[in-house]
Design a protein around this ligand. Sequence first.
Ligand SMILES: C[C@@]1(CC(=O)O)c2cc3[nH]c(cc4nc(cc5[nH]c(cc(n2)[C@H]1CCC(=O)O)[C@@](C)(CC(=O)O)[C@@H]5CCC(=O)O)C(CC(=O)O)=C4CCC(=O)O)c(CCC(=O)O)c3CC(=O)O
Ligand SMILES: NC(=O)C1=CN([C@@H]2O[C@H](COP(=O)(O)OP(=O)(O)OC[C@H]3O[C@@H](n4cnc5c(N)ncnc54)[C@H](O)[C@@H]3O)[C@@H](O)[C@H]2O)C=CC1
Length: 209
Amino acid sequence: MLYPLMLRLEGQPCLVVGGGQVAERKIESLLEVGARVTVISPEVTPAIQEWVQEGKLRSYLRGYQEGDAAGHFVVIAATDVSEVNEMVARDCFQRNILINTVDIPPLCNFYVPAVVRRGDLTIAISTNGASPAVAKRIRKKMEREFGEEYGEYLQVMKSLREQVLREVSDPEMRKDIFERLADVGLLDCIKAGDEQGLKERIAQCLSSS
Ligand SMILES: C[C@@]1(CC(=O)O)c2cc3[nH]c(cc4nc(cc5[nH]c(cc(n2)[C@H]1CCC(=O)O)[C@@](C)(CC(=O)O)[C@@H]5CCC(=O)O)C(CC(=O)O)=C4CCC(=O)O)c(CCC(=O)O)c3CC(=O)O
Ligand SMILES: NC(=O)C1=CN([C@@H]2O[C@H](COP(=O)(O)OP(=O)(O)OC[C@H]3O[C@@H](n4cnc5c(N)ncnc54)[C@H](O)[C@@H]3O)[C@@H](O)[C@H]2O)C=CC1
């Protein structure tokens, strides 16, 4: 069984070995969260080439050499040559580096989940490696269920939470208010563009404290 984590990778050195379709997908998700990405691969896809030209990542256009993984926080071994991916994984296990080996699940100490993002909301889906295709399908289903309104909803909830943390000193009372706010249908108001209803419901929750 896997332990789910949300990692803060901003500014962290991450290495992707290989520059094909799978590497491209993993690089894109690393760049999205502000990781400092290096790619090592004799050849890269046009999209990766473009990111390099835009200065979004560093590239070494050559094969992986033993020890290249050293000094990285996260490494993704994404070549189409299993022996190379195995060497990368070995380097990482020796150094306690987080390693995702795209073609050999037992040589991963983490898997990449399918992800839905709506502002501060992140939904990560994993099938424990049983079926990435199913993870993708569930991701698409969740994308339909959790619309863009969740971004605004969580912004509202976040600022209300900050306000309550500032203004209400009793933790029990705060907890009650947060649960009422989460329960009172603010999402529906946002979805319907009902500003008035939103204000009324918030006021109701805050005043009955
Ligand atoms: C173990 C894991 C390691 C890791 O990569 O982290 C892994 C391993 C492997 N994937 C393979 C194949 C495919 N992977 C995808 C897609 C995704 N794979 C992702 C994650 C993971 N894949 C991890 C487990 C995640 C979990 O726990 O569920 C996703 C979620 C995240 C991402 O990669 O960004 C992303 C969907 C993102 C999205 O759309 O939302 C598709 C579908 C497609 O490409 O359209 C196919 C073809 C269909 C199929 O095989 O199901 C193969 C066999 C290759 C071969 O046939 O040889 C292996 C190796 C093996 O299983 O041995
Ligand atoms: N985990 C996942 O999500 C998935 C994994 N896979 C697996 O991922 C592997 C890679 O798939 P693709 O990206 O489609 O392959 P690809 O053929 O598009 O890319 C392979 C890349 O590896 C590079 N490479 C080859 N030898 C290298 C070396 N010695 N050092 C550094 N880079 C080297 C090549 O230059 C190329 O850029 C496949 O073998 C497949 O088993 C496939 C689909 C999904």
